[in-house]
Design a protein around this ligand. Structure first.
Ligand code: KIV
Length: 263
């Protein structure tokens, strides 16, 4: 078993091997994802939406991210674990950014961090990278900037996106997430930079793909974006189990003798 590192991801791009990535927020799902051979596990600030029931990622705190990243890291043996830097953990100053990025490695067992933004965050990427922490950039639809973007909208400004990708690469990012970008633009970006691009709602031509776990497993019953293919319907199965349990308790059918200790 080869442990996935930033070097392995770079080699996968060179060898044209697609990178599989998924989000995870807890021990059981992180273990399943790792054992199923997923290469990169992102402890996303999407925890705010799919676990905490928030309508955006903005309320998520550093302490919450450290908690989730620590329990994910404990489960993962092969994949690279990336901790997502939450809103206001890196925007106010480079010092904050480096110290908060460091917490993901020092306290939570991550091997890298991700932050949102292109050209505007290059100095921050450089500072974190200079502290010995690999950084994954995230351009296109960046949910932490929802109020600046005027909603969760596909980003179509080709020149700006190409420039953002080039700049984050020059700043030392080891990879870049492309979110909510038309396929032909992602294709151009992926062909124009040496680091792996990981797409979400960005078409087939990225070097890898990422989805939010609760969307693709059918756990999230709220709004699911069009690009989030559902591979199974876990919420349906869970509801069936819970409904049967309630019915059996009410009918005095559970617990049966096989679930009962005798004297
Ligand atoms: O927080 C998250 O889950 C993410 C992915 C959508 C890339 O940033």
């Amino acid at each position: 078993m080869e442990k996935i590192t930033v070097t392995v991801l770079a080699r996968m791009k060179q060898e044209k091997k697609r990178i599989s990535a998924i989000t995870a927020y807890d021990y059981p799902f992180a273990r399943m994802a790792d054992e199923c051979g997923i290469d990169l596990i992102l402890v996303g600030d999407s925890v705010g939406n799919v676990v905490q029931g928030e309508s955006s990622t903005l309320p998520v705190t550093m302490d919450q991210m450290i908690y989730h990243t620590r329990i994910v890291s404990r489960a993962v043996k092969r994949a690279i674990v990336v901790g997502d830097m939450p809103f206001m953990s890196y925007q106010a100053s480079r010092r904050d950014a480096v110290l908060n990025a460091g917490r993901f490695l020092k306290e939570a067992g991550a091997a890298a961090v991700k932050l949102e933004g292109g050209a505007a965050v290059c100095d921050t990427i450089r500072a974190i990278r200079d502290a010995g922490i690999p950084v994954q950039a995230h351009i296109g639809l960046t949910p932490q900037s929802v109020h600046v973007m005027g909603g969760f909208k596909v980003q179509r400004e080709e020149d700006r996106l190409l420039e953002d990708a080039r700049k984050v690469t020059e700043a030392g990012a080891f990879s870049v997430v492309l979110e909510g970008i038309p396929g032909p633009i992602s294709q151009k970006i992926s062909a124009s930079i040496p680091i792996p691009t990981i797409g979400i709602g960005a078409g087939i031509d990225c070097d890898g793909q990422i989805l939010v776990l609760h969307d693709m497993l059918g756990i999230n019953e709220g709004h699911v974006p069009r690009f989030a293919k559902r591979y199974v319907e876990i919420a349906k199965i869970a509801r069936e189990g819970l409904t049967r349990y309630r019915a059996e308790v009410e009918a005095e059918e559970f617990p049966g003798p096989e679930h009962t200790f005798q004297k």
